[in-house]
Write a protein that binds this ligand. Structure first.
Ligand code: NOJ
Length: 562
């Protein structure tokens, strides 16, 4: 295994930990109820204090917000809600002066229907921008094929004026770009250069594995959701286009990329991220570990299954090791809060720390989503009109059509909606959780802010916040956490997730309990816990450890052996 390590380049993007900001709900600096750049700048010292090294910004660009920024109307400007391009430049300078890198979200599978390219594109079939998008004639009165959008419904929208349909794999207001058009690819490269020249350090590339569609756009296998995906996921020219972006632009800068890749497996991922001259992306976000309590999407819920979670993590850890690099998140703006899913709100502090340890001690670049570090939980909005998210609204319609009752759908939405992750960050126990000085924040604030907030967590040395700080510091100071190999133990356990790491003669054992029950734990063969050093844990212990013990609720322990 150690030889695998030698093959790998130790570069900055592997050592770093990344904090994700969803700007609208992070911090309001100008008192209009909406998070903004001024607010972000005011919190840079806080972000730095977490021991992270970079910030990924969900889209800050001009957008009509049908999908809150993931529908871009102008790739080279900053939304007025957030500030100006000059404000952004100040943000980059301020972040860099604190040693924090800046990562932009690059959404190039689609634009907003308000983007000038699309406005031109629908004017006439001979408009120079027409071919920037995917326009087709219908089949009689029906769309060109049977593909379905991710935000449910058909993936085609009819335009009366042109008598053609355009493709949208997401919302109707998010038309897909025609990446087969070389002019579109030139535009993308130009956008990349624009931000890299301003000084950004990398991109998170939105649904990047969807950008190349199969020629002829054939019908998909008829399934109710994601129909057609086999014709655009890892499509025919994807490697060609990503190599072009890399060779023409990215390789000329000291920058990195992480691609978002729904339905990705380690085997396919290696085609994109294997290190060496043909590497197209530096890392990938996969979804497999976010499906331990659901089937494909959070809306199709199953009971939490630890074995499913472990299988997902272990396959990525082992299959990539020595060849490519993992990016791991357990929360982001698309996922409900993890404590409310994989942990326990009753044991919020214990399970929050355990979940942090469980993934940050794996070999990866860890991503931490705003509010995760203080253990924010799901808000569970009770009424449909309280939601903002397009996915939630469209899912409601789809489930209604399928015959689900209003009550049942609301029960699912409370658990599954992306809006659970989009409530404003809870900074203190004052009005509007300290997020804004306006009368009202743009979105609902979780009422538990009086108890769960940054200020309270700062004062409590045992808070989840201070645990994240310690854990990220520990990771930074111990290369084994970043570069060690990985071996899973107690594979058959439905309650314990145990793994070891090895690096340059050191060993580390990570024990995580996913239950409030007492579980019998016995140290794996070859480990004598009395000789190990307990370096991270969420309970207080006497100095000596025994090789067999009963776990406490959501307990986590990390032992280091020289
Ligand atoms: C993935 C993004 O993370 C999500 O928020 C967005 O809705 C879709 N891609 C479409 O851009």
């Amino acid at each position: 295994m150690e030889s695998g390590v030698m093959l790998m380049n130790n570069t900055w993007y592997k050592d770093m930990a990344v904090y994700q900001i969803w700007p609208r709900s992070f911090c309001d600096g100008n008192g209009d109820g909406i998070g903004d750049i001024k607010g972000i700048i005011s919190k840079l010292d806080y972000i730095k204090s977490l021991n992270v090294d970079a910030i990924w910004f969900s889209p800050l660009y001009k957008s009509p917000n049908k999908d809150y920024g993931y529908d871009i109307a102008d790739y080279k400007s900053i939304s007025e809600d957030y500030g100006t391009l000059d404000d952004f430049k100040t943000l980059v300078a301020e972040a860099h002066s604190r040693g924090l890198k800046v990562i932009m979200d690059l959404v190039i599978n689609h634009t907003s229907d308000q983007h000038n390219w699309f406005i031109e594109s629908k004017k006439s079939k001979d408009n120079p921008y027409h071919d920037y998008y995917i326009w087709r004639k219908g089949k009689g009165k029906r769309p060109p094929n049977n593909w379905k959008a991710t935000f449910p419904g058909p993936a085609w929208e009819y335009n009366e004026h042109l008598k053609e349909y355009y493709l949208h794999l997401f919302a109707i207001e998010q038309p897909d770009l025609n990446m087969d058009n070389p002019k579109v690819r030139e535009e993308i490269k130009d956008i990349m250069r624009f931000w890299l020249d301003i000084g950004v350090d990398g991109f998170r590339e939105d649904v990047i594995t969807f950008i190349s569609k199969k020629e002829g756009l054939p019908n998909g296998f008829p399934i109710p959701a994601a129909c057609g995906m086999e014709h655009y996921k890892n499509g025919p020219h994807i490697h060609e286009y990503l190599s072009e972006f890399k060779n023409d632009v990215l390789s000329k800068y000291d920058c990195f990329t992480v691609g978002e890749a729904p339905m990705m497996t380690p085997e396919i991922a290696l085609k994109y991220i294997t290190e060496g001259k043909n590497q197209e992306l530096n890392m990938m976000f996969n979804f497999q570990h976010m499906e331990a309590d659901c089937f494909m999407m959070t809306w199709i819920r199953i009971p939490f299954n630890l074995k499913k979670l472990k299988k997902a993590f272990s396959s990525w850890q082992t299959e990539l090791y020595g060849k490519a690099w993992n990016a791991i998140y357990i929360e982001n703006h698309d996922q409900p809060r993890v404590i409310s899913r994989y942990g326990s709100e009753e044991y919020r502090v214990e399970s929050g720390k355990m979940l942090a340890t469980m993934y940050i001690c794996q070999s990866c670049t860890p991503f931490i989503y705003q509010g995760q570090e203080i253990g924010m939980t799901n808000i569970r909005l009770p009424e449909l009109d309280m939601y903002e998210d397009v996915f939630t609204k469209n899912n409601y319609k789809m489930f209604k059509k399928l015959g689900f009752s209003h009550e049942k759908i609301m029960e699912i939405a409370k658990y599954a909606s992306r809006d659970n992750a989009r409530t404003p960050v809870q900074w203190n126990a004052e009005k509007n959780a300290g997020f804004t000085t306006a009368d009202k924040a743009w979105f609902h604030i979780n009422p538990n802010y009086t108890e769960i907030n940054v200020e309270a967590a700062e004062k409590d040395e045992d808070s989840i916040l201070n645990y994240y700080r310690a854990l990220l510091k520990f990771r930074k100071e111990n290369p084994i956490v970043i570069y060690g190999d990985y071996k899973e133990h107690c594979k058959n356990s439905s309650e314990l997730y145990v793994y070891e790491r090895n690096y340059e003669g050191k060993r580390m054992l990570v024990i995580n309990s996913f239950t409030d029950k007492k579980v019998d734990f016995t140290a794996p063969e070859g480990f004598d816990l009395s000789k190990g050093k307990l370096v991270m844990t969420n309970y207080k212990y006497p100095a000596t450890s025994y090789n067999g013990f009963k776990t406490k609720p959501y307990e986590t322990r990390v032992y280091m052996f020289d």
